[in-house]
Design a binder for this molecule. Structure first.
Ligand code: CMC
Length: 427
């Protein structure tokens, strides 16, 4: 096969190199397109545009494959813990015992959040959506840690990474505790990373915290499954904001806002609200299937479909099994799980969904587990953000180390041509 792509336009012929990734993915390198042809490409939603070369996550949507740094998501979800996966994503290799211990102890050293931050949190109404609160609080961290923006040295970068991995779970827990009216607390350095998250979220002021291994394992697995997903909306946001040399925390805050939307991370909240609405409406899944297929109805089957997966989302398979196990182990019978399974079965046999290759995605079953763990619906996307944190960090770090140029797409202007200015009194 030729390693060049030919473009013919206006009687001229232009050649562009074709590059190949390690998994044989092909891309036309159009870096010189505008300079040589005077044209740009147009690709709304970037459906055909590779924004970067990346060595972090491999995804094959046709075959339903997801790997972090070469390791399959199935193996990592089964055999690793979230902190190991975070290290793997950010630094490229699984840590050995000493590296993991040092990483964890460096994180613990940074696990304080300035007490003044509590005043900022205090100013939010209790009704504020937790994602807005989390994004603002992450941005506010910059003011208390101004040195974090120095990315000139690898050690400064490491310090920023460790700092945010330490402080972010505290912000997540505070966001939940504010919602529930619980006192704001700090973690316990004697605990594992995820166990500490669990304790910070659920510890009651008047009661000893008791370790809940089922909940901690479930949380660990969900965080791993959400840890990275290559160039999705929020990750691209983190990379593009970071490409202007804005700091890590500011870039992350923008990523959290991008994740919030119901077509992206906010889908986990939307799925549960949809399942609850179907249950309240008598559990008639067929009615909602018909609504989802009706082009005059804005309703979509939330948790179904994906920009890149045209096959089973491998994360959804793992989560579905996990939902069964967690609910079984906790002795919970949730009618919402049955509705979800019913919808899935119908969709997988329905021509509309089959033709469009719409399968359940990561968010279809995750909310059912979060609900079983006692996490309020509005907090689901915050949990997604906690899981995605190492992926965002890894992508931001890669972008800075590769010295990528500032992200600045072109456009095709379709507005008015030049017009003479009309003074106010003559309009
Ligand atoms: N229910 C009904 N129809 C759908 C759905 C759905 N959930 N998803 C896609 N379609 C239809 C869509 O109407 C279109 O039909 P047609 O070709 O007749 O116009 C076709 O399938 C292609 O859809 P699209 O919107 O062009 O595809 P996209 O790649 O732009 O959008 C998506 C992908 C995830 C935004 C979309 O499938 C969707 O809105 N799903 C529901 C929201 C959701 O679950 N989001 C979470 C994604 S996974 C978590 C994450 O990583 O963010």
């Amino acid at each position: 096969m030729s390693d060049k792509a030919i473009l013919e336009y206006g009687g001229e012929r232009f050649e562009f190199p074709v590059i190949k990734g390690t998994e044989d993915e092909l891309a036309i390198d159009i870096k010189t397109l505008r300079a040589s042809t005077g044209m740009v490409t147009i690709d709304p939603g970037y459906k055909n545009t590779g924004s970067c070369e990346s060595a972090i996550t491999f995804l094959n949507g046709e075959q339903g494959i997801l790997r972090y740094r070469g390791y399959s998501i199935e193996d990592l979800a089964e055999k690793a813990d979230f902190l190991e996966v975070a290290y793997l994503l950010i630094f490229g290799e699984l840590p050995n015992k000493e590296q993991l211990e040092k990483f964890h102890s460096d994180i613990k050293e940074e696990s304080q959040v300035d007490e003044e931050m509590k005043k900022i949190l205090d100013a939010f109404p209790k009704s504020a959506h937790p994602m807005g609160v989390l994004s603002s609080m992450t941005s506010a961290l910059v003011a208390f840690n101004p040195s974090c923006v120095d990315v000139a040295s690898e050690s400064a970068m490491y310090n920023s990474i460790v700092r945010i991995l330490a402080k972010f779970p505290v912000l997540v827990a505070w966001t939940l505790r504010k919602k529930k009216g619980l006192p704001l607390d700090y973690g316990d350095d004697a605990l594992g990373y995820v166990e500490n998250v669990h304790k910070m979220m659920f510890k009651r002021p008047n009661k000893e915290y008791t370790k809940d291994q089922i909940a901690i394992n479930a949380l660990d697995k969900l965080l791993i499954l959400h840890a990275d997903h290559e160039q999705n909306c929020s990750t691209s946001t983190v990379r593009i904001v970071g490409s202007s040399h804005a700091g890590l925390f500011a870039s992350l805050s923008a990523g959290i806002s991008a994740l919030w939307g119901p077509l992206h991370g906010g889908a986990n909240q939307a799925v549960l609200e949809m399942l609850e609405a179907i249950e309240a409406d008598g559990g008639d899944t067929k009615k909602y299937m018909a609504k989802a297929k009706d082009k005059d109805d804005p309703f979509r089957l939330m948790g179904f479909g994906h920009r890149v997966y045209k096959n089973f989302d491998p994360r959804a398979k793992i989560i579905k099994k996990s939902a069964d196990e967690v609910l079984g182990n906790l002795g919970i019978e949730d009618p919402i799980l049955d509705i979800a399974k019913g919808l899935e079965k119908e969709a997988l046999e329905d021509k509309y969904f089959v033709d469009r290759k719409l399968y359940p995605n990561v968010d279809f079953y995750s909310g059912i587990i979060y609900r079983a763990l006692g996490i309020p619906t509005e907090m689901f996307t915050v949990m997604f953000a906690l899981g995605r944190l190492p992926g965002w960090i890894a992508q931001w770090r890669e972008m800075r180390l590769r010295k990528e140029p500032i992200g600045r797409p072109r456009q095709v202007y379709i507005g008015e041509k030049h017009r003479e200015f009309v003074p106010l009194e003559k309009r």
